[in-house]
Design a protein around this ligand. Sequence first.
Ligand SMILES: [Fe+2]
Ligand SMILES: [Fe+2]
Length: 140
Amino acid sequence: MGRVDRKEVLAKALEGVDREHDMIYEILNKIQYSHTNHLSAGLRKSLIKELYLFLDFHFTSEENLLVMFDCPDCELHKKEHDVLRHKLAELIGSLDVEDFDYGDLEEFVTEWLKSHTRHSDARLSQFIEIQCRHELGKES
Ligand SMILES: [Fe+2]
Ligand SMILES: [Fe+2]
């Protein structure tokens, strides 16, 4: 493997964040499908676990970028991630409850993500784009 430069890491990071956001919505679609089709409780519980694990991965990945590129509002962004991490951990803790409302979970996560990606993640992407352009400017 050759030497990786800053521009390459920045460009791939931007692609990665977008791809991971799409993945989160794919998992939410599977949760909705399993809910509306009354699939087994075990599967639904496992899908919620998949959502939690993927979100934790995605948040950790974004947090590493925030630190790696010295992005502004790093601590605030991390705090927002922690809010969802804790909320999901609480919900997963109550998954054995017979009347657990998957619809509520889906609605909560979807609304949270919409707001977070529109503001905090958009700022992160914008910052990375500016850094990319800066790196390209150095080459010309
Ligand atoms: Fe984020
Ligand atoms: Fe994100």
